[in-house]
Structures are given as structure tokens and as C-alpha cells.
Design a protein around this ligand. Structure first.
Ligand SMILES: [Zn+2]
Length: 94
């Protein structure tokens, strides 16, 4: 399953989407169209996620948590694992 990265159509976006949102997607999944936090329109970045500013990728999760966001990564159908922030470690599942 490829990991797709989305960035705001019109930067800078919010604390959630400003560095891009990585999402594990299956071919059947509909693409993200808007940021779940700020509603900004998103565009998908083609190709492997690239770190364009040194350390931004590594700082992202701490950055989100400081701003009170909780981020979940979809790991399978209906199941999400927390990547940062407050809340349960997983959502959904069998
Ligand atoms: Zn946003």
C-alpha cells in the first residue's frame, strides 16, 4: 500500500497540514480532499514523500502535539493508529 502525502493547495495551512499529511492508502480509498483540522483544500504530492526542509519531518509529530492535535494513521479498513497527541492508541478494529 502506498503512502500518499497531501499538502495544502494554498500554503501555509494549519499545524496539521502545513508540513503535509501522510496517509497510507489502498487503491480503493478515496483521496483526501480537505484538511480535517482547518478544511483547507489539499493536493496530493506525487512520488515518495520528500523532506524538503531539514528536520521538518522529524519535528512534525511533536509540533502537532504541542498544538493540541491528535493525528491518526489509517492502518487498515476501519482501523487507525495514533501517531501523536492525546487519545486512545487505536481506533476501530475488529
Ligand atoms: Zn489544515
Amino acid at each position: 500500500m502506498p503512502i500518499h502525502e497531501y499538502v495544502p493547495l494554498e500554503p501555509p495551512g494549519c499545524a496539521l497540514c502545513c508540513y503535509g499529511i501522510e496517509r497510507l492508502e489502498r487503491l480503493a480509498d478515496a483521496p483526501l480532499t480537505h484538511c480535517s483540522a482547518c478544511g483547507a483544500p489539499l493536493r496530493r504530492v506525487l512520488g515518495a514523500p520528500a523532506v524538503t526542509t531539514g528536520g521538518a519531518h522529524l519535528l512534525r509529530e511533536g509540533h502537532l502535539a504541542r498544538h493540541g492535535f491528535t493525528q491518526y494513521r489509517k492502518v487498515s479498513k476501519g482501523r487507525y493508529e495514533k501517531t501523536t497527541g492525546e487519545g486512545p492508541e487505536t481506533i476501530g478494529g475488529d
